[in-house]
Structure formats: structure tokens, C-alpha cells
Design a protein. Sequence first.
Length: 81
Amino acid sequence: MTVTADDLRTLLSSTEPGATLVLEEGKTKIYSRDQAADLSSWVVTTLDDLRRDLPDADNPTPHDLDERAAMLDSTIASQGG
């Protein structure tokens, strides 16, 4: 699995403006929106999108994070990422 619940926890706790989780050389990294825009890396999700997609982004359950990570990972795999 490329995207993990820990990646999503890290994104949720990020203070980067417009925090964005990207896949770069097979690893996930978090950049600001401006940094991510300058890269040719795969954008996995943004903090805003993740917060919108979780039932309770302020207090996400491990199940919700695992489920969302699996969905993001599946999307990457289906696109050849």
C-alpha cells in the first residue's frame, strides 16, 4: 500500500498552507499548495479535500482513515501510479 492512514493523519495535522499529499518517486510527501503546483508529482489529495471526505475530520476514527487511505491507494493503482 502506498497511501497509509498515518499519511492521512500527518496531512490532517499539517500547518502548511494548502497542504497537499503527493506521490513522489513511490513515496508520499506533504507540500504546500504552491510547492505541489511546481512539481510534476501525483497529487493524492489535499487537506481540504480530505477534511471534506471524512465523516468527522476533527476526530477521525482509525477505520475512517484506513478506508480513505485504501480508496486513495486504489485510485493510484488504477491510474498506474
